[in-house]
Design a protein around this ligand. Structure first.
Ligand SMILES: Cc1ncc(COP(=O)(O)O)c(C=O)c1O
Length: 440
């Protein structure tokens, strides 16, 4: 049987659900990254580092809620906090003490986090951060790096995938795209040239590298960027939606010891429930505050709303999670597991004789059939068909992850890692056996 024949045979219920889904949901999926050819598995329940699908199969999970579940699925302390809060109220339409405790934890852990405002997603967080940046500086242009992902709102869809002149999405006005100045990653001179124009409000980037570190940031770049932006009076925004609380309790800014002006957070910040945040320097964050001055409040202040911002259930999950993650022990454990897994997967790839590389940092691994990217990242579209096939082959072997990377949680054990390497090796071998990598 081929990989896909086996996949279809193993997942008859998922195939049926997918057919049903396509009738009511465009493409049958609710997040573009869940698109999988021929169809996705349908998950029924999860616990710790494992999940089970409707066809009765068990998986070691490296998707981990798109990286949000650093403590694994259904961590007992998080479940208890959520259950307790649900019974007390899910939305008060009013301020509540949990949001203060949540903000205090972010302030305590994230070095740049003098003040905090909560959103419902990372996309909303980067949207708000750019608005604050523009209002504060009175300038409109934002520098963004090729290959860096900051969510799906119009202001950040430029330059996400090669070819970089084609935005991530249709339907975005040219005038909006024109507000974004693109430059290659790891090229400080390119940023300098753009800042010299004098109309740049801020620079936004994923500090560890675009798309969860797919194109890693080279040593020294962040320090140079910090010095350069400071010299030009330009706001430096670290998008730590992925790295926040994962690389270290203080995120990538603590890990690399470079402190931005603003930081965007989501995923782990809300304890695996919906939520995000912007935090940063007091004078920038104060752009959102009412002052009681009618002119300021009505026309100079940055507006920010959102029905579910800092809802008590997300706040409860977040507090439970951040308290457990605060001392760095779990990040150290996950980072070590990440290192071991990268080594194990790289060795498996070599043993099977596949082209490519396994790399990454902290608790994230990337599998690349195109080898490691250059300083400027992958300059052409990667072969999606290979990664779809790999994911199906892996699912056949009892492992689930994102298309070409995975997130190690604080809970994956040595036995999980060993099982994962063995599963990848079988999946790689199945791909090789099908002649996937023969010259086309
Ligand atoms: C670096 C980065 N920024 C922003 C976002 C958007 O976050 P959300 O999916 O919560 O809108 C993501 C999502 O994966 C991300 O990886």
């Amino acid at each position: 049987m081929t990989i896909l024949e086996r996949y279809r045979t193993l997942h008859p219920k998922a195939a049926k659900l997918y057919d049903r889904a396509r009738e009511v949901i465009p493409g049958g999926i609710t997040h573009d990254i869940r698109h999988l050819t021929p169809f996705s598995i349908y998950v029924d329940r999860a616990s710790g580092v494992r999940k089970w699908d409707v066809d009765g199969h068990e998986y070691i999970d490296y998707w981990m809620g798109h990286g949000a579940l650093f403590l694994g699925h259904c961590h007992p302390a998080v479940v208890k906090a959520i259950q307790g809060q649900v019974a007390r109220g899910t939305h008060f339409g009013a301020s509540h003490e949990l949001e203060i405790r949540w903000a205090e934890l972010v302030q305590q852990l994230i070095p740049s986090g003098e003040m905090v405002r909560f959103t419902m997603s990372g996309t909303e967080a980067t949207h708000l951060a750019l608005r604050v940046t523009r209002a504060f500086t009175g300038k409109s242009k934002i520098v963004k790096l090729h290959g860096h992902f900051h969510g799906w709102h119009d202001g950040v869809v430029a330059g996400v995938h090669p070819p970089f002149e084609v935005p991530l999405s249709a339907g975005v006005p040219g005038a909006t795209l024109d507000q974004v100045l693109l430059c290659p990653p790891n090229d400080i001179k390119a940023v300098e040239t753009l800042l010299e124009r004098g109309d740049v409000a801020g620079v936004i980037l994923e500090p560890a590298g675009g798309q969860a570190g797919t194109t890693p940031t080279v040593s020294g770049y962040l320090h140079d960027l910090r010095a350069l932006t400071r010299r030009h009076g330009v706001v430096l925004i670290f998008d730590e939606v992925i790295t926040g609380f994962r690389y270290a309790p203080g995120g990538a800014q603590a890990y690399f010891n470079v402190i931005p002006d603003l930081t965007t957070l989501a995923k782990i910040v809300a304890g695996g429930l919906p939520g995000g945040a912007v935090c940063g320097r007091r004078e920038l964050m104060s752009m959102i505050a009412h002052r009681g001055d009618p002119t300021w409040d009505r026309s100079e202040r940055v507006a920010h709303a959102g029905t579910f911002n800092a809802n008590p259930v997300s706040a409860a999950a977040a507090i439970a999670t951040l308290e457990i993650c605060a001392d760095g022990a779990l990040q150290a454990r996950a980072n070590k597991a990440g290192e071991e897994l990268r080594r194990g997967l790289g060795d498996a790839m070599k043993r099977v004789g596949l082209p490519g590389a396994v790399y990454g940092e902290a608790s994230i691994y990337h599998v690349s059939f195109e080898g490691k990217p250059g300083l400027a990242g992958f300059d052409r579209p990667r072969r999606a068909d290979l990664y779809h096939l790999l994911r199906c082959a892996l699912i056949n072997e009892g492992v689930d992850c994102s298309l070409n990377h995975g997130w190690v949680s604080a809970l994956h054990t040595d036995a999980d890692l060993a099982g994962t390497v063995a599963a990848y090796e079988r999946a790689f071998a199945a791909m090789a056996a099908e002649g996937t990598f023969r010259a086309r």
